[in-house]
Design a protein around this ligand. Structure first.
Ligand code: OGA
Ligand code: MN
Length: 210
């Protein structure tokens, strides 16, 4: 059983290959979106979010002038209420491997919470000394987002154009982690997302979480 049809995956993957990014509105079935939303609320109440850092494991540092989000790393073995979401991520990996010959093996995802006035300066998601992040995946969870609330994702395109993406609930953005510079503009309201990466090789234990 698959969540999305072959044609649907092909259309998304075509666009990803062509533009290095794809945006899909109303991505998850409503019930799954609600599960993530409820999970996020639970984790917020449990106070498990940690200040996100930059760098890799040898040189991790909190840098509020670069990024101001708080994150909670997901563990598919523990966070079982999100099992269907992990199944969709695996389905995505399988399709990308089939149609893009990508050799994706694993994934790592976290919940991300940007408090008011925070941002993430322009960057790319692949690092020189840690190049296994192939595809970045973001699902926005901001149900009442309105124009003027800020927190938009800005994508810097190959052709020099800039694309501003509103972080609307159930909007999925995927892009090539090595090729797409991007930033999160200052948010004027709490901004929430499920964010992760499809990985070329399994991450090592104990490891490079930033
Ligand atoms: C990131 C990132 C973008 C977004 O976490 O690396 O760039 O829109 N997130 O949340
Ligand atoms: Mn990023």
């Amino acid at each position: 059983m698959t969540y999305f049809s072959e044609d649907q995956w092909l259309a998304w993957i075509d666009q990803l290959s062509e533009d290095n990014y794809v945006i899909v509105d109303d991505f998850l079935p409503e019930v799954l979106f609600k599960d993530i939303d409820a999970f996020f609320v639970t984790k917020t109440a449990e106070d498990v979010f940690k200040k996100a850092q930059i760098g890799t494991n040898t040189a991790l540092t909190v840098a509020p002038d670069i990024r101001g989000d708080y994150i909670y790393w997901l563990d598919p073995a523990v966070d079982i209420s999100l099992t269907p979401v992990f199944e969709i991520i695996r389905e995505c990996i399988e399709k990308l491997n089939r149609y893009c010959y990508l050799s994706l093996k694993e994934f790592e995802f976290h919940l991300a919470l940007y408090p008011e006035k925070t941002f993430y300066k322009r960057h790319i998601d692949q690092f020189k000394n840690r190049s296994n992040r192939m595809i970045s995946v973001i699902l926005y969870l901001n149900k009442d987002w309105q124009s003027g609330d800020g927190g938009e994702l800005k994508i810097y395109k190959d052709n020099g154009e800039e694309l501003v993406v509103n972080p609307l609930a159930n909007r999925l953005v995927m892009f090539n982690s090595a090729k797409v510079p991007h930033e999160v503009l200052v948010t004027h309201k709490t901004r929430r997302s499920l964010t992760g990466w499809l990985l070329y090789k399994p991450s090592t234990i104990g490891f490079l979480k930033i």
